[in-house]
Write a protein of this length. Sequence first.
Length: 1120
Amino acid sequence: MSNPNYGKTESNVSAGQDPPPYSEKLLSGEADQQALPEGLIPPMGYEAPPPVPQQCQLYYGPPGAGFSQAAVLQPPQIIINTAVEPDKYDMYSVEMEKQSTGDMDVKIKKKKGKGAKKEKLESMKKEMDVDDHQLSVEELEMKYRTSVTKGLTSATAGEIFLRDGPNELKPPKGTPEYVKFARQLAGGLQCLMWVAAAICLIAFGIQCGQGDLTSADNLYLAIALIAVVVVTGCFGYYQEFKSTNIIASFKNLVPQQATVIRDGDKFQINANQLVVGDLVEIKGGDRVPADIRIITAQGCKVCKESMRTEPFMSLHYKHPQTRSPECTHESPLETRNIAFFSTMCLEGTATGIIVNTGDRTIIGRIASLASGVENEKTPIAIEIEHFVDIIAGLAIFFGGTFFIVAMVIGYQFLKAMVFFMAIVVAYVPEGLLATVTVCLSLTAKRLARKNCVVKNLEAVETLGSTSVICSDKTGTLTQNRMTVAHLWFDNQIHTADTTEDQSGQSFDQSSETWRALCKVVSLCNRAFFKSGQENVPIPKRIVIGDASETALLKFSEITLGNVMEYRERYKKVCEIPFNSTNKFQLSIHELEDPRDQRHLLVMKGAPERILERCSTIMIKGQELPLDEQWKEAFQTAYMDLGGLGERVLGFCHLYLPQNEFPRGYNFDCEEINFPTSGLCFAGLISMIDPPRATVPDAVMKCRTAGIRVIMVTGDHPITAKAIAASVGIISEGSETIEDIATRLRIPVEQVNRRDARACVINGGQLKDMESEELVEILKMHPEMVFARTSPQQKLIIVESCQKLGSIVAVTGDGVNDSPALKKADIGVAMGIAGSDAAKNAADMILLDDNFASIVTGVEQGRLIFDNLKKSIAYTLTKNIPELTPYLIYITVSVPLPLGCITILFIELCTDIFPSVSLAYEKAESDIMHLKPRNPRRDRLVNEALAVYSYFQIGAIQSFAGFTDYFTAMAQEGWFPLKCVGLRADWENDHIQDLQDSYGQEWTFGQRLYQEYTCYTVFFISIEVCQIADVLIRKTRRLSVFQQGFFRNKVLVIAIVFQICVGCFLCYCPGMPNIFNFMPIRFQWWLVPLPYGILIFFYDEIRKLGVRRHPGSWWDRELYY
C-alpha cells in the first residue's frame, strides 16, 4: 500500500552525489518533458509534473545519498515525494524525532545485509492487513488522490508511476549462464585437474624445448585431463540448465491491455502502466489488471482460479463470485468489493480504483515470497561437497608430501611437480561425480515409471532422507471423488445407497420429508451430465461440475430418476451461486403444475448458515416450529456426521406466496427482493471423499520408517481430524487435548498438553502463534493436523519443521503453494491438479496426485543412498593400488609400476560401468524399517567406509598388483632385489647396456617396452581384483549368496564389459604406440586371482560378524 509520506525532504546532499537528470529543470521552475527515467515508457496522457513552488522542497533519496545533518521542516513547507523506486527504498527506514523546538528531525537509515532481507521476507509472510475495502468512497478518493468519475489526472498518474514503477512482477536477479558454466568447470576437484593438466603441458613444453621428442606421454595426459574436466563440466551444466523461474509462471497471468479513465477520458493502455489510484473498467473475459476496489458493478462475476489452493477450494473460489461495491466481510480476501490481480472476470462489468500494483498485489506478494526464499543445499549436495573436500585435501597432502620427498632426494623441480601431478591423478576419482549423476538419473527414470517425475536430480536422494512429509488432503490423501454417505431427515441418520439397483436401500423413500429433500437436492444444483452417456452406468458418468455437486447429482439420478428432465419441469427463474460470504446457494423455480402459480425457493449450504435462515423444520411431512429441541437434535447430527470425516451440507425450501410473487415476477439476485429467511429446514446430507486405497498402507510404511506425516488442509478441523484418523495420520488410541478433556470431563485448560499424542491446530490459532511456540508444539505432539491454513502458514509450518532438524517434503498444487514448495527440502507438486507455478517451484511432480507415490519415492531415495554408498566404496578402493606404485617408486626407487594414462583408463573406462551398475542393485533388506538418515551423522562417506576401502580391500589389491609386477619383472630377468634402487639407471636414456639379474644387457628402448608391460600387468591385476570388489559391494550386511549373484543383470554385463575392455587394451594392435598398453602373458592374468578370492571371503566374514553381533565393536567399526 502506498505511503504518502514515503520520502522526506533533505536540505544537504553529500558532495559528488548527482541528483536525477530531471531535477534541475524542476527546481528552476521549468517544465521537464524528460522526467521519466530512461527505459520507462510514459503512460498515455502523461504530462510532466508542474514547476515546484519555491516554498516546496524535493526529496529524491538516491541510494547512498549521504545526509550530513537532518533537515528542519517548517510548518509551511510541503514535501513532494518523487521518483521513489521500491527496489531502492524498501531497505530504508524513516525516523522522525520531535525536537525541543517543536520541529521534526528526519533521519534516513539504510538497513544493510541479510537482516534487511530477512525482515522483508518475514513481513511478507504475515497475513494481508489492509482496510481499503472498508473505506467509504470519499475516503478512498482522498487516500489515493483520485476521482470515482474522472480518475487520476495524468500528472498525478505520472508521479505515482515514477514512485511505484511498472505494474508488473519483477523477476529475481539470476546468476549469469557463463558464471554457472565456469563453476562447473572450476569447482571442486576440477581445480586440481586443471593444475595437473597445466603441469603436464609445461613439462611437455620444456621437453620439446630440450629437443626430446621420444615420448608424448605428458601431452596425452594433459589432453585427457582437460577432456575429462570439459566433458564432466558440460554434463553438470546441462543438468543445472533447466527452467525453474517461478516468476515466469506468475507473469503468464498478467493481462496485456487495460481500460483506464484519466482526466475523465477513457482509453486503453498497457496494463504495466497502471498505477495506484487509477480508475479502471473490467468486463467479461478480462483479467483483473491489479488489486482493485469495486466502485460500481453490473452482474460482475470473477473466478479466482489463478489463486487456487486448498483453503480457497473449500470455499468454492474456483466458481464464479459476484463482485459488488458493498463491503460484505471484514477480511479483504472474503469481501465482495475487492477484485484481485490476475483473476478472471467471467461476466458483467465493473469499475474500480486500483489499490495495489505489481509486487504489492496478493499474487505479487506470493511471487516475491517464493523468489525471496533462499534455496537450501540438498543433503546429497552437502554429502558430495563434504566428500570432495576430503578427497581434495588428501590429494594435495599426499601430492605435496611426494613433491617434498622428491626434491629432498635430488629430483629436479619440474620432475618433482610431475610426481605431484601423478599423485593427484591417482588419488582423485575422476569419474566419481559423473557416476553419482548417472546413478541419480537412472533412479529418476525409475521413479518416472512409478508416476514420480524428478526435476532436480539431487531431490532423488533428498526424498530418501525425508523425516517429515507435509501433505495436502484433497486429491493427495483422498480420491477427490465425493460420494453421498449419509442423510439426516425425520430426526434419523440414514446410510445412503448409491447402487443403481438400490439393493442397499436403508430408508423409506415414500417419506414426504425425503421427497422434499430430494427435490431441493435436484434443483439447487448446477452440475450436469456430459451429453451422450445415456447407456453409461450412472456412477461412471462424466459430470461437469465440482466434486460435491457431482456427488449430489449422481445420488439424485439414482434415487429420483432423470434429474435433467425434472429440472426442465421446474423452470429456474433466479439463482445465487455459492460464495464464501453467504456460504449458501439459492435458486427459485416455477412449479410444474400450471394450476399452481407459486414459486419454490430452494437453498443449500453450510448447515449452520442454513439453519439460522429457517424458522420451521419438516418432520414426517409436517412443518414444525424450529425450537431449541430441534436445534439440539440438528447439532448432534451435524457433529456426528462431521466426526466421520464427511463434508456436510444443509438443505431447506420455501413456497413463496403467489400474491406477492406471481408468475413473471422480476426476481433480483443482486438487490435481493425476496425472502431468504423464515425457510423450512429439510435435512442434512453428508458426503465423503474417500481416502485412496493405498494411503493407509503408505502412511503405515512411513510410520514404520520413522517418517512423520503431517496433514495441512483447508478443511474444517473436525473433518480434517476424522480423515487423518481414517488414513492413520492420527493413530488408533491417540488423543488430542480436547479428547482428553472430554474423557476426563475437565476443562481443556486443565489438561497436561504433553499427555496428548495428537494435536489439531486451525489457521486462526496458528495466526496468533509465535514461531518458537509452534516449534515447541511440533516437539510435543508427534501426530499433527493443521486445518483451515493459508499458504503463508504452510510456509511457516515447513520452516518450523526444519528448525527441528527435519528433512521436509511438502505437497502442493496451487499458485499460493509455491513458496512452501520452494522452501521445503523437497517440493512435491501435483501433476493432475497442480498449477504451472507449483510445478515450476517443485523438485518432484506426482503424475497421479497419489500420496503413495511419495512413499515409493522415499523408498527409492533410500535405496539410491545405499547404492551410492556401495558405488563410492567401490570407486575409492582402487585409489590405494593406484597410489602405492608412486610411493614405492619414490621411496624404494624401483622402475615405475603404473603410468598416469593407465590410471585414467581405470578411472574413466573400465570402472565407470561397474560402479553405475550398482545403482541397479535391489534393496538387501526392508529399508523402510530403518529410521531416516540423519544428514549430520550418517554421512555418505564415513570413517568406516574409508578405512575398509583404503586400508583393507585397497591394501589387498595393492599386494596383488605388486605381486604381479614383480612376477612379470622376474620372469624377464629382473628379480625384486635387483629392482630396488634401479630407477635412476633404468630411466637414463644414455645407458644402453644395463644388466639384469642374469647379466643380460638391456637398451633404453627395451627397458621402456618392459616398463609399459609392467603398466599393463599392474592394470590387469587391479581389474581382476575390482571384479571381486564389485561383487562384494552388492551388499553391506547380507551375504552375497543371500542377495544372489545374477539378480542384477546390469552388473553381470558390466563385469563382462570390464573384462572385454581389458583384453582390448592389451591385445589390440596400435595400443602400445598410443596409450602404452602391451600384450601380456596369460599367466599374468592368473596371478591376482587368489587375491580376488581372498577379498571375497574376507568380506563375507565381515558381513557375518555384522549380522551376528549387531551393535558390537565389530558392527560399529566394520559396517559402513
